[in-house]
Design a protein around this ligand. Structure first.
Ligand SMILES: Nc1ncnc2c1ncn2[C@@H]1O[C@H](COP(=O)(O)OP(=O)(O)OP(=O)(O)O)[C@@H](O)[C@H]1O
Length: 134
């Protein structure tokens, strides 16, 4: 879809430094997530445990692919959920059933991601773990 003329005129030119700055803003967001969100601490503990298990079991690239995807899925969902929660609190600090529903749905997205990641983790780590123990 073509942009309105005024947007075309005011859009800044592509600059590598500006793109690099965007990465630092994103990293700042992740730092906030890690410092302030208790759920993120649980995700971090789970991430470290899964990576440690995979290293000990000496998994191959096929298995690592699934684990990386599962870990990223949960962090992605948690980051989006946290952003939605923060936005909700900013625009409506008072109790509001509609805000409650929005937050519940966003939290549901994290639950879906966590359940899927758990299933991926069991399917990927389970068999080699059992083989190692058996
Ligand atoms: N402003 C609000 N109006 C109505 N219900 C709300 C409101 N804020 C929170 N809730 C309800 O409380 C639940 C928890 O909200 P909260 O913002 O504390 O999320 P949380 O999952 O506990 O987040 P965190 O643990 O990351 O702080 C929401 O899912 C929603 O059901």
């Amino acid at each position: 879809m073509p942009l309105p003329p005024e947007t075309e005129r005011t859009r800044p030119r592509f600059a590598l430094t500006a793109r690099l700055k965007s990465v630092t803003y994103a990293a700042r967001g992740l730092r906030v997530l890690l410092m302030q969100e208790h759920n993120a601490w649980l995700h971090l503990a789970a991430t470290i445990a899964v990576i440690a298990c995979a290293l000990v079991l000496n998994l191959g690239a096929d298995d690592w692919r699934w684990l990386v995807l599962a870990i990223a899925l949960v962090w992605f969902a948690e980051a989006v959920n946290t952003a939605i929660e923060a936005l909700c609190d900013r625009i409506c600090p008072a109790f509001d059933p509609a805000i409650g529903r929005i937050k519940d749905i966003a939290a549901g997205a994290v639950l879906i991601a966590a359940l899927a990641a758990g299933a991926i983790g069991l399917l990927t780590l389970g068999p080699p773990l059992l083989a190692r123990l058996g």
